[in-house]
Design a protein. Structure first.
Lengths: 243, 243
């Protein structure tokens, strides 16, 4: 069949993965971003992007996403949820993005289809070093500015996916909490994810009804206010309750 | 930057869309498949694949999926839900698939990342003509055999997505029913989607509690058995109930 092979003027299709890593510090919901420096029209610019990268030729999509995160954050075991592919031509409408990428990969870029992933992590786990030339940081989601490519859209969609995911699987958000947490932390997390206040009493009542959120005989340590009771999420009981 | 551009031995990345179009005829859940004929080792073979195709260079992913379906089925307005990207190297492990595709597009193929979509349709709407060289047909889901590429995996995942989608949005499955339907049809649909029998009385009770499933003063026509009452789904009432 090789004698029939002809060269057609196809676009140079690059395929990348981008990861929306979301963390919660007890007060704010934040996203992990990579600082980016570029040059356009002789001017240096600084902005941010989601952690991501092109896939290697012999690499599966999920593996590529795991590699990107491992290289950037050192996190080795992480649950990544693939949630959407982005392939609009408008992804590369900002020439700064195209030039930056072409400079980085030393290749001409027509279209980049990116496969987007979500990970929820405990902020404490995701220790940030400098990783090569990349500087990464946690940015509270409501303070995120204009990101590279269509990363603001990807981030917005990711939050929507987290909401939906938490609705079908109530255990999902517990990935964001430390092993022991207060009801205030849990309530604050719900308020941040859903973007609306939760009534204190109703929330406490709702949690009390959940067999799998266990009140411990322990209280917070080293806090200025009155130490609150600690709770833990019991995954085994949760699974049993859902059967 | 063009003087820096170098050619790297990258894989030839093709990007395609594949559509899992699901229909229900009142008894069975079926999927729309395209018949495929190929030749391998001097032997002609026939099998089937999901409707799909490579994206054009100036085409967004969603547009490509809509075009593929329009070209194959004539369906112009259809709700397509993008649900997953498939990019495993194993997608092209069967050389029959690679050779068939290389023959069809007259290009060398390394990797094809495909973006998969779901559409639920009323079978009556999707009138099947022959469309060019492609012959398409409805195949009951439990009679689907070995498909091309990883299309069996994509189909299996799609059914799972339909189940989850129906859980978060109970209106979803009504897209599969005709405007007027019987409770038996609705119950059969649930049984097919979830793969388990529904208790007749409990199901009727459950449906009676739904404000948005309206009993009509009409009955089935031209049936051999006792004509059953017809119902309709009221989207406005559904939206109001969900607020």
């Amino acid at each position: 069949m090789s004698e029939k092979t002809i060269t057609m003027p196809l676009a140079v299709n690059h395929i990348s993965v981008d990861c929306v890593v979301i963390g919660f510090d007890g007060e704010k919901l934040s996203v992990l971003l990579v600082k980016r420096m570029g040059e356009e029209d002789g001017q240096v610019f600084h902005d941010m992007k989601l952690p991501g990268g092109l896939i290697y030729t012999d690499e599966n999509l999920d593996d590529a996403a795991r590699r990107v995160l491992r290289e950037l954050t050192g996190i080795k075991t992480i649950d990544l949820l693939q949630f959407k592919a982005y392939g609009s031509k408008d992804r590369t409408k900002d020439k700064r993005d195209v030039h930056w990428l072409e400079h980085a990969i030393q290749m001409h870029v027509d279209r980049i289809v990116t496969i987007a992933y979500i990970a929820l992590v405990r902020i404490s786990r995701a220790l940030l070093g400098t990783s090569g030339d990349n500087e990464i940081c946690w940015v509270p989601i409501d303070e995120v500015r204009q990101l590279a490519f269509d990363h603001n859209i990807i981030l917005r969609d990711a939050i929507e996916v987290v909401r939906r995911q938490a609705q079908t699987d109530p255990s999902y958000l517990f990935n964001l909490l430390p092993p022991k947490f207060t009801i205030l932390q849990l309530r604050t997390l719900y308020e941040r994810v859903y973007g609306k206040r939760q009534d204190v009493r109703n929330f406490q009542k709702k949690i009390n009804q959940l067999d799998y959120v266990i009140a411990l005989d322990e209280r917070e340590q080293g806090v200025a206010h009155r130490a609150a009771r600690l709770y833990r999420f019991d995954r085994k009981l949760f699974k049993r309750a859902r059967r």
